[in-house]
Design a protein around this ligand. Sequence first.
Ligand code: BDR
Ligand code: CA
Length: 327
Amino acid sequence: MEKIILDCDPGHDDAIAILLAAANPAINLLGITTVSGNHNVDNTTRNALSTCTAYGIKVPVAKGSHGPIVAEQVLAIEIHGETGLDGPELPPASFDLDKRHAVDFIIDTVMEHEAKTVTLVPVGPWTNIALAIRKEPRIVERVKRVVGMGGAYTRGNITPTAEFNIYADAEAADVVFRANWDVTMVGLDLTQTQALATPDLQDRVRAIGGSISTFILDIWAFIATTHGGLLQIAYPAIHDAVCVAALIDPTILTTEKADIRVETSGRWTRGMTVCNFEKMGGMRHFGGTAAEQVDFRHSVAMTLDHPRFCDMIVDAVERLTRLKNSS
Ligand code: BDR
Ligand code: CA
């Protein structure tokens, strides 16, 4: 079983990441930590609790950072709506928050578990993870790996070159990519073209029936309007859930090795994830000092097995529906 901490800003696709993490028997969801991103952290935390309640699950939820480390706060209300999770009915939380700050929850959990057994899954701005490194650097050698949604190697969604999660806290992402651990970047190039809630997937979820099916369909109905309208994505993009799917079954993704640097000072390119792919020859480098020489230790997600991704989502809705009905 993959032990994970899901660090998120629900968020429509974040809620599907929670669904997979909570329902799939291959995942041991140690906790959910929240961060400001799609909306402020009060709303994303409320949305995390409401989502768990809607699914009938109870896991530790710890509230995290109120804003980026250095940058001005940027939210995605135009995409995710006034609540940060517009569309589905958000039930009042059926349980209380963990008393710790998300950063302390991450540190405690990583340090308590055997080394190299806990995977961090940041799917909002990467603020909490960077602050956890700064507060307790030993987490870097203890964590198994980081599989995060963010970045792009072609084009962005908040600026021409930057993806939202990385742009929203570029300094934090820079800290996370520079740390000496295994990072897989699940970026927009994949998620907004391949991880889509196609009509066929929506029909399969509809056929299950019940309140969880309705919750998921309402999520997709709302986000279809903003993804379709503002971003011109054909169907709802389920970005964040891809990270969890890849931990359930790594063969669902193909990846390529790269050296990824985050642009923190570019006039037009702030928040860009500059990817130097090993397959491009490995002779190019970033120039400058020795610290800036090439090191292909990151992975970039390239392709997704969409039919199996859909099967995982359908299976998760079925499982949680069965459990909810039997409780
Ligand atoms: C990312 O930004 C958020 O709006 C989504 O939840 C996802 O994590 C996509 O750019
Ligand atoms: Ca997110």
